[in-house]
Design a protein around this ligand. Sequence first.
Ligand code: GAR
Length: 227
Amino acid sequence: MAERTPLPVVALISGSGSNLQALIDAQLRGAPIRIAAVISNRADAFGLERARRHDIPTEVLSHRDYGDREGFDAALGDLIDRFAPGLVVLAGFMRILTEGFVDRYQGRMMNIHPSLLPKYRGLHTHQRALDAGETEHGASVHFVTAELDGGPVILQARVPVLPGDDAAALAARVLEREHRIYPTAVRWFAEGRLRLGEDGRPHLDGTPLRAPCLLDDLDARESEAAI
Ligand code: GAR
């Protein structure tokens, strides 16, 4: 069978870039993606260094150089489009996006969020889950819509909240799962198995998802390919 042309992916980051690393590792293991560029709004983001180590082009576009969100997002979109991505991945990109920007990448932009959406949109998700006495927490991959952390959820991973957990311990447990679900969802998209349907739902293998997929329910072949 003919090899699939790798899907060009642009990753947007603001910090450590451990999710970016998980995607780089997936590419190295043969996922049909090509990380075409990594763009950060912060020059000191460690994820830029991760990209450089793999000869992935990097760009820094500081939001401080723009007077308003619209101006920054327009410049960001122009920069992204220079790399002609089939998919834009938000990998710890800590910016609220304008509707215009989100529309530009409708159906081809994903985000990973450290909670079991729709619970705990926004910041400080781990502390909020602890404060609420949750016994379970996790992470979600979703298509991006104009509603902050409100887009249709594709894949989630659940973790237990354990006695004695603080926010850092819980975040570390969740992050380990993030590194499995993000490459899995990106690979599904790159393989043409996943798309955002006209009905606003993710469609996997031609079927609209009635509920998000769960990492624990994936068969061994699927999840093994992700790690
Ligand atoms: C991850 O936990 C990601 O889910 C979260 O930021 C962290 C980035 O870590 N994203 C958000 O909170 C977006 N709402 P990383 O830079 O090591 O991938």
